[in-house]
Design a protein around this ligand. Structure first.
Ligand code: ADP
Ligand code: MG
Length: 867
């Protein structure tokens, strides 16, 4: 047995092998050690008394799923090795084979999946200078591919899909150009495969075989070698792990990254589109506001629309039309949503059935969902928008549902091997077998009465157990009265058990009937499954239609509940929002009412908008709400505003200043500058750039200079400029309005009142020249003496009487170099020296006495600085 085990295990070195023995899956050696630790189950050993006992542990086969999912969540893969012949029929050792490898990207069981999220596995391949990405959700059959020569875009695309598992070629791992890529993949399970698997010719052939076609032209990817290499590798991996040809993929979708609005990964995070920047979950995200879908399929499609906002006005308007109609026709929408509630996840059900992992209950769920189509289509007749029309005939599916209904019992058990799934009256042979097993019960009762009478033993019982089959049980005290033809089988403390010829004969008849019944039922079940498989494409298109109808009516619900408006789109670069709101903040704030704001951007006069205002005024909120509304509008969703003209945008960039970015570890000035570089290099005249407090991560003058230069550059980008919202606490930047043609100042109004300020949250035209830092500091609870002192210093600096102000001036004059550039220093030479001394200190090597001395010395020096 161990030999068989080892020969199988050899082929699955990096995978935990679940080796079926009776009612258990056993693991041995290192696998057992890992599994017992992760699953918290007891580690025992085989051959305990020999010199080298084999560590082992096991899980009951019926409960395996929970254990498998725990291992997967902990980053392991599991190979399921089953007995592939009937142990009774086997000569010698039962034959065993791996029937499936479960990996994070290869999960089909809905219990292990998030209903409203896709579970992607990705393959990344390289061909010449191009990188191909193929993605597959095996649980829904969604299969897509694309390629690009833009390396950072590869990372963004991978992050956008947020896969559970990524496949790459072994040789790529070693390449320098890809090291960045793989560094970014740390969050996912990365599986490296033999480089050969990614070869174009092989991959192409695999795809031709998969879809039974002669050319990839039909999928628009014949020439996309990198994409095809990746897609073929994916198909290879799927068939390797699933040990079957996957028949439920209805095709591949080829897309180009430029076909959709691009929001790079960092911006997706900054804008908290689908993940909370601190918690990583959906809380407080745009998705959490928009996703009020009632079906799992609708939820997944909505996420997909959020990942891939559109660029073409027509399809977007198509969605608007549908949403507008559902907003208007309230009753029809209500009926529709009620009807959708009874639709199960037929997309995943269909895939599960097609892959042979379904039970009778899954078929019943499918049937019930299909049964709602006539009602659903009837309701949709009340709408006229094109997207509510189901273009296909529903007859094949209705027939399928009827067949399932006639064949499958609604009270079928969850296992498919024991019978009890198929309705009576469906199959004559089955009915006969059912009758025999049922009659058997009556026969047994009769036998009991007969034998009691014949023997005079009133307590005689006829019973069944798995070990002995049928037997007659007689209390020990009465055992003397049993007739001779009773054959004793077992002696218990209080009873004796017997069999008779009659009973033996009966037993084989009944047991045979039951066994035959179970296998016949399985055969019928498989035939029905085959029928479902044959209709898989119809099921998929129905699923997609339902998802779409769900999304559109969800948008209508959300628009009505939250008071959104239908945007008008333009391709002239005009973004004009009247009384716009932040879709998330307006829901989350409780202390005050959300104040709507209006803003206009275009490419003629108002291209670069500088927004000033004290901390906490609401600058970041305005910026984000403009970006979010653009994304919503291009998804086909209405937007939180009274009126909105939206410029169709090709990319949204955001740069959030170091201190504003809450995600840990990201807040370095270096990252900020890298991202700024990305924007300056990639923005176009159709992009929207959000710059939030850029330059904050360095000293005031550095920061101001960088912010200034970046704003100028965005204004002049490619001779055309790019639409930019620039929030800054450097009120000096408002001077740009005078110098550059298309810069416009806004500020967020505050009201001074009795030494303190009130945030009005209102965006008004014009710049500010005050930062109200001291007032904000007071609001934040800084003690009054500190506030007073700050004010005094500020007053001195402002009227020039402060030594610091004087010194600043001197430094300015002194550092005016020949080329006219001004270098500003924040610190005097003495201060600088003090700071440097402090920076160089290695506290871990100092004694308290040394530290005390040094402190004394520093203080003496510091006292010579005059203010
Ligand atoms: P800033 O970027 O200027 O420091 P934020 O945009 O971060 O300010 O806003 C600070 C807080 O003010 C937000 O968390 C929100 O609670 C509140 N706020 C912002 N804008 C508004 C608004 N228009 N109406 C009501 N409250 C707002
Ligand atoms: Mg801010």
């Amino acid at each position: 047995m161990l030999q068989q085990y080892l020969s199988i295990k050899e082929r699955y070195p990096d995978v935990l092998l679940f080796y079926r023995m009776g009612d258990f899956y056993e693991m041995f050696f290192e696998d057992a050690q890992v599994a017992s630790r992760v699953l918290e189950i007891t580690l025992t050993s085989r051959n305990k008394n020999q010199e080298s006992p084999v560590p082992m542990c096991g899980v009951p086969y019926r409960a395996a799923q929970g254990y498998i999912s725990r291992l997967i969540d902990n980053g392991y893969k599991v190979a399921i090795c089953d007995q592939v012949e009937d142990p009774k029929a086997a000569k010698g050792l039962v034959k065993r084979e791996v029937v499936r490898v479960v990996t994070p990207g290869m999960i089909i069981e809905d219990e292990l999946l998030d209903a409203k999220a896709n579970n992607f596995i990705l393959a990344v391949a390289c061909h010449n200078q191009l990188v191909g990405i193929a993605s597959l959700d095996i649980s829904t059959g969604m299969f897509r591919l694309t390629e690009t020569e833009d390396a950072p875009a590869v990372i963004d695309e991978i992050m956008r899909l947020a896969p559970r598992e990524v496949l790459i070629a072994e040789n790529l791992k070693a390449e320098d150009t890809f090291s960045v890529l793989f560094d970014s993949l740390t969050g996912f399970a990365v599986t490296s495969l033999d480089t050969k698997v990614f070869e174009f010719a092989r991959s192409r052939q695999r795809l031709l075989d998969q879809f039974d076609i002669l050319s990839l032209d039909g999928f628009g990817c014949e020439t996309l070698k990198a994409a095809v290499s990746a897609a073929g590798a994916l198909i290879y991996y799927v068939s390797e792990t699933q040990r079957q040809k996957i028949e439920h993929l209805d095709g591949m979708q080829t897309y180009s990254l430029g076909q959709f609005l691009i929001v790079d990964d960092q911006s997706r995070r900054n804008l908290e589109l689908s993940a909370n920047i601190r918690l990583g979950n959906r809380q407080g995200t745009l998705l959490s506001i928009l996703d009020q879908s009632v079906t799992a399929m609708g939820g997944r499609l909505l996420s997909d629309w959020l990942r891939y906002p559109l660029l073409e006005p027509d399809p977007i308007e198509g969605r608007y039309n549908a949403v507008a109609e559902a907003v208007e026709k309230i009753q029809i929408r209500k009926d529709l949503r009620n009807c959708l509630k009874s639709v199960q996840d037929i997309e995943r059900l269909g895939s599960k059935i097609a892959m042979g992992h379904a039970n009778a209950r899954d078929l019943t769920s499918l049937k019930k969902s299909i049964a709602t189509i006539p009602e659903l289509l009837g309701i949709l007749d009340g709408f006229s928008a094109e997207l509510y029309r189901y273009g296909q005939s529903t007859t094949p599916l209705t027939e399928l549902a009827e067949n399932i209904h006639r064949a499958i019992r609604e009270d079928a058990p969850p296992v498919i091997s024991d019978g009890g799934m198929i309705c009576e009256g469906f199959d004559d042979e089955l009915d006969e077998l059912i009758r025999i097993s049922r009659d058997g019960k009556g026969w047994l009762a009769e036998l009991e009465t007969k034998e009691r009478e014949a023997t005079g033993i009133n307590t005689l019982k006829v019973r069944f157990n798995k070990v002995f089959g049928y037997y007659i049980e007689v209390p020990r005290s009465q055992s003397k009265s049993v007739p001779d033809h009773y054959v004793r089988k077992q002696t218990l403390v209080n009873a004796e058990r017997y069999i008779t010829d009659d009973l033996k004969h009966f037993e084989s008849r009944v047991l045979n009937a039951q066994e035959q019944r179970a296998s016949l039922e399985l055969k019928i079940f498989s035939a029905i499954v085959g029928e479902v498989k044959a209709h898989h494409n119809d099921i998929l298109s129905l699923a997609r239609f339902i998802a779409q109808v769900d999304c559109l009516s969800t948008f209508a619900d959300v628009a009505q509940t939250n008071g959104y408006c239908r945007p008008t789109l333009n391709t002239e670069g005009v973004l004009d929002i009247r009384d716009g709101r932040h879709p998330v903040v307006e829901k989350l704030i409780t202390a005050e009412r959300f104040v709507p704001n209006s803003i206009r951007l275009d490419n003629q006069d108002d291209q670069v908008i500088i927004i000033t205002g004290p901390n906490m005024a609401g600058k970041s909120t305005v910026l984000r709400q403009v970006a979010l509304m653009t994304i919503m509008a291009q998804m086909g969703c209405f937007v939180p505003a009274k009126k909105a003209e939206i410029a169709i945008t090709d990319r949204i960039f955001t740069r959030v200043g170091a201190l504003d970015n809450l995600s840990a570890g990201q807040s370095t000035f270096m990252v900020e500058m890298q991202e700024t570089a990305n924007i300056l290099n990639n923005a176009t005249a159709n992009s929207l750039v959000i710059m939030d407090e850029i330059g904050r991560g360095t000293s005031t003058y550095d920061g101001l200079s960088i912010a200034w230069a970046v704003a100028e550059h965005l204004h002049n980008l490619n001779g055309m400029g790019t639409r930019t919202l620039f929030a800054t606490h450097y009120h000096e930047l408002t001077e740009l309005e005078q110098q550059l043609e298309r810069v416009k100042n806004y500020n967020i109004a505050v009201k001074e009142w009795n030494d303190t300020i009130i945030f009005l949250r209102k965006l008004v035209e014009g710049g500010t020249n005050r930062s109200y830092g001291i007032q904000v500091a007071r609001l934040a609870g800084i003690p009054e003496p500190v506030i007073k002192r700050s004010k005094a210093i500020l007053a001195q600096i402002e009227d020039g009487s402060h030594p610091k102000a004087v010194e600043k001036k001197k430094v300015k004059d002194r550092s005016k170099k020949k080329d006219g550039h001004v270098q500003l220093a924040l610190f005097s030479p003495m201060e600088r020296k003090l700071v440097e001394t402090l920076q160089m200190l290695d506290l871990s090597r100092m004694t308290p006495m040394e530290a005390m001395n040094l402190l004394n010395e520093l203080q003496n020096k510091a006292q010579t600085v005059v203010y």
